[in-house]
Design a protein around this ligand. Structure first.
Ligand SMILES: NC(=O)c1ccc[n+]([C@@H]2O[C@H](COP(=O)([O-])OP(=O)(O)OC[C@H]3O[C@@H](n4cnc5c(N)ncnc54)[C@H](O)[C@@H]3O)[C@@H](O)[C@H]2O)c1
Length: 834
């Protein structure tokens, strides 16, 4: 279960603490906490590295990781290679081709105090014997790591950038070469004396968005009606990981080198390099940007000085920083110290404590989430902290409010620091002349959105929830928004604002969607419906959407905005007002035509188009979209894999509840908790009605054979069976559509090419393949039929070794068959015949 999360670009799922002999000495409570922490850290990593939208603050994330490390230190039986303490955090997205790193890209161990740094240095000194190192002190740039591969095309020529990759999981990153080429300061060709260029060099560094550019970018985002980025790190990652390099080009990204990976000297002469600081000088001589803040010191006092100086001056630096990285400067000593599976032993990252500011607490309000959870949150006087303006902070529940001891009207201490989520620390000391009245806050008894009395989440729980799941507007809105989210149906047009407009418009008073059951009725026709039937349903929906108006509110106060005449301003998101000239009106009157005064907006048409496409999406997405407790993408994929259709799943789930729970817990990747959630969910009549309504509106809810094959392999895949291979598919396949075949190749690390060349590794030939097959045969390439393709996807090149599959076994060896990066042959082979 855990290794799927390590390598696959899927969102994380539930974790089981390691069992076995060693685990037996571990108390159940510790094992439970371990699983909880790992699950949470995985979810945070997915949100942070793939979605560029972290839900937790860095400080909270770091605290969880530390707790995990302490737990594992106390109970070594808990340690597994998949634990976040043992591997480089992060993964890669299928939006990009994957890139295998020549050498692993590691993370850094953290220090949070002077003593931590001293303890690290002590340990290093002990391991080194007598040799005391110099320390290279660098700012820890809050950006994202990048590996730039430069190669000489021919001896004597200068080295050129051939590939740029993100860190990913440390072994495999995302190929972002085209985007990196748009960064002005990254040289395409190394400068300086070409005689000093190595044949191959991997330069590692950090891509960042300068603080000033960040502020401008966020202003532009808000002006364009888009969500601002939480911090410069997310903005840099979001800018670099764009599908369209033109977008990256429009963001003024910077890069500083902070290390090297692979290195082949070739003919490069010159003096030997003994220190990392000398590497930086060399890089600078080639025109590679390096930081001007770096210092070399010869003892811990120098390190402390650097940390203290930038603690005071962190906002004077051109980019955001979250600490100071201290490295052993001597490369020979670095080699002797080596690395763990996660981080080098010769470096440590000192992290600054979160920055704190003071502001006034104006109110405490209650928010209701998708699952009905009632969360009090603080509304504060806007204050700038660590890179952004903060107005709100969650207070979790009434116990937390009490424990923090804050009252409405108090001056409070707020922190965020390089982090994302603002947190109220507690009341600030009161100024003597401060006469504002302070009011103690009490948890309301009723849901602020629907008036239903709140109840504990579970018996004896402090957390409260609104039990009116079916029709509480806040919960319906949350679920509709969730349907559009990336992990569910991934409907770009269905975001927070649209979900609110559909479920809580100010006009008309009855919303177009009573619950999520009504969503697909907006495009409620089957795939084979005649054109006029489609047109009729869509026209009616466009009229419904066109009638929606929402009140424009002040983002700071939440109060309705008024125009000059004192009228509340409204916006109609789904229609465009039309104005007609006098002449046009006269002509229409003469012809007896009526002129419409509005037409549907592009947003309205796009929403319907995207809903229409969503109806055809895979079963796992449907399952996630239903907001079933504990059923995230991982569990949903496992269920889709097992049952293949909603009908088959329902037959089990809606049968005898005990038998159902047992049958479901037996599915690989579905534990007893998820099984029980499913049984409970389907037992609620209005839930089952949502599924029926979606089915009636034409949502497919069953996977095609191709999707099944893809899913089977995806689940079994351990890291890219076709990594580094170029595969061309030509002609029609029976079990894969064009897109599915492409996706199957990409998601396993391969390249799906459109044309055949000498560089093609495999050509998959289907029905009516034409000139590409002819060319492939002329070039003597490996040709596979559909079965061979499935075998290749499942087991890599070794699985289609000569004669194993396909009819065109040429005498070329299977590329990558003995490459260390090629995963074990036969992984998931049993899925190949699905
Ligand atoms: N908020 C969340 O949910 C969340 C989730 C995951 C990670 N994070 C944050 O990311 C951190 C962990 O991420 P990580 O594993 O990338 O480790 P890290 O960011 O603590 O340290 C490793 C990285 O530091 C970077 N770096 C910046 N300047 C450097 C320099 N001068 N020299 C060397 N490296 C430098 C490198 O890119 C390297 O990969 C956490 O401590 C947390 O702050 C937060």
């Amino acid at each position: 279960m855990t290794d799927a999360v390590d390598d696959a670009p899927a969102a994380p799922g539930p974790h089981d603490a390691p069992a076995g002999d060693a685990a037996q000495e571990v108390p159940a409570q510790a094992r439970h906490r371990w699983s909880e922490l790992v699950e949470r850290i995985d979810a945070d990593q997915f949100a942070y590295y793939v979605l560029d939208a972290p839900p937790s603050s860095d400080a909270d994330y770091d605290a969880r990781l530390r707790e995990l490390a302490e737990l594992e230190e106390r109970y070594p039986g808990l340690v597994t290679p998949q634990s976040p303490t043992q591997r480089v955090g992060g993964t890669f997205s299928t939006d990009f081709a994957t890139a295998a790193h020549v050498q692993r890209m590691l993370s850094l161990d953290n220090a949070f105090s002077d003593e931590d740094v001293a303890a690290w240095a002590d340990r290093a000194l002990r391991d080194l014997g007598a040799a005391a190192p110099h320390y290279l002190c660098e700012l820890k740039i809050d950006g994202l790591a990048i590996a730039l591969l430069y190669q000489r095309p021919r001896p004597g020529e200068p080295a050129r950038l051939v590939r740029a990759a993100t860190r990913g999981d440390g072994r495999t990153g995302e190929d972002v070469t085209l985007n990196v080429r748009t960064i002005a300061s990254v040289p395409d060709v190394l400068g300086g004396d070409p005689a000093t260029h190595p044949d191959v060099i991997e330069i590692r560094g950090e891509v960042f968005l300068p603080v000033e550019a960040f502020a401008r970018l966020n202003e532009a985002q808000v002006a364009a009606g888009k969500a601002p980025f939480a911090n410069p790190r997310n903005a840099a990652a979001g800018s670099l990981r764009q599908k369209d390099p033109r977008v990256t080009a429009s963001r003024p990204l910077g890069m500083y080198a902070h290390g090297i990976g692979a290195f082949e000297r070739g003919s490069a002469g010159g003096p030997g390099i003994e220190r990392q600081s000398q590497v930086y000088d060399l890089l600078a001589s080639w025109g590679v940007p390096t930081s001007s803040h770096t210092r070399v010191v010869d003892g811990l006092d120098g390190v402390r000085e650097m940390i203290a100086y930038y603690g005071e001056h962190r906002h004077d630096v051109e980019h955001e920083i979250d600490g100071v990285v201290v490295k052993v400067d001597e490369i020979d000593l670095q080699r002797r110290l080596g690395a763990t599976s996660r981080a080098p032993r010769w470096a440590i990252a000192y992290k600054y404590p979160p920055e704190e500011v003071v502001t006034r607490l104006l109110a405490i309000e209650l928010g209701i989430g998708r699952t009905g959870r009632a969360t009090p949150f603080a509304v504060m006087e806007p204050v700038f902290v660590s890179g952004s303006t903060v107005r709100q902070a969650t207070l979790h529940n009434q116990d937390v409010v009490r424990a923090k001891g804050v009252r409405v009207g108090d001056m409070v201490v707020l922190r965020k620091a390089g982090d994302v989520i603002p947190e109220i620390v507690g009341p600030a000391p009161q100024a003597p002349d401060d006469t504002v009245e302070r009011v103690e806050w009490h948890m309301p008894a009723d849901c602020p959105e629907c008036g239903t009395p709140l109840r504990p989440m579970r018996e004896g729980d402090v957390d409260l929830r609104c039990p009116n799941a079916e029709s509480c507007p806040a919960q319906v809105r949350g679920r509709v928004e969730h349907i559009g989210s990336r992990g569910a149906f991934d409907i770009e047009a269905l975001g927070e604002v649209t979900a609110a407009a559909l479920t809580q418009p100010d006009v008309p008073s009855t919303p177009p969607l009573r619950t999520e059951a009504d969503l697909f009725a907006l495009v409620g026709y089957g795939p084979d419906a005649p054109q006029d039937e489609r047109a009729r349903v869509r026209d009616a929906s466009l009229r419904t959407l066109g009638a929606i108006e929402v009140v424009v509110r002040d983002p700071e106060t939440g109060l309705p905005r008024e125009d000059e005449d004192g009228n509340v301003r409204r916006r109609a998101p789904f229609r465009r007002q039309l104005t007609w000239s006098k002449a046009e009106r006269a002509r229409a009157e003469a012809d007896g035509r009526e002129l419409p005064d509005w037409e549907p907006s592009t947003a309205a048409r796009t929403l319907l188009d995207q809903l229409d496409l969503a109806k055809e999406k895979e079963l796992w997405r449907v399952l996630v979209a239903l907001s079933i407790r504990n059923v995230g993408p991982t569990a949903a994929r496992a269920l889709a894999q097992e049952f293949r259709s909603m009908a088959a799943l329902r037959e089990v789930v809606e049968g005898d509840p005990v038998a159902a729970a047992e049958r479901l817990s037996g599915v690989d990747g579905v534990g007893p908790t998820i099984a029980q959630s499913l049984v409970d969910w389907f037992a609620t009549p209005w839930h089952a009605a949502v599924v029926d309504a979606w089915a009636a509106a034409g949502v497919r809810m069953a996977d095609t054979a191709g999707e099944q094959v893809a899913r089977t392999l995806e689940v079994a895949d351990e890291g890219g069976t076709v990594r580094g291979l170029t595969v061309v598919v030509t002609g029609g396949l029976e079990r894969f559509s064009r897109d599915e075949a492409k996706e199957a190749i990409l998601s396993r690390g391969g390249k799906a090419a459109g044309s055949v060349s000498k560089k093609t590794d495999f050509v998959v030939v289907g029905e009516n393949a034409g000139s590409k097959e002819t060319k492939a045969r002329e070039l003597g390439l490996r040709i596979l039929d559909e079965a061979g393709f499935e075998a290749l996807l499942a087991g890599g090149p070794a699985a289609v070794a000569d004669g194993a599959a396909g009819d065109g076994a040429a005498d070329r060896p299977a590329p990558g068959a003995d490459d260390a990066a090629a995963p074990r042959a036969g992984a998931g082979a049993e899925g190949g015949d699905a």
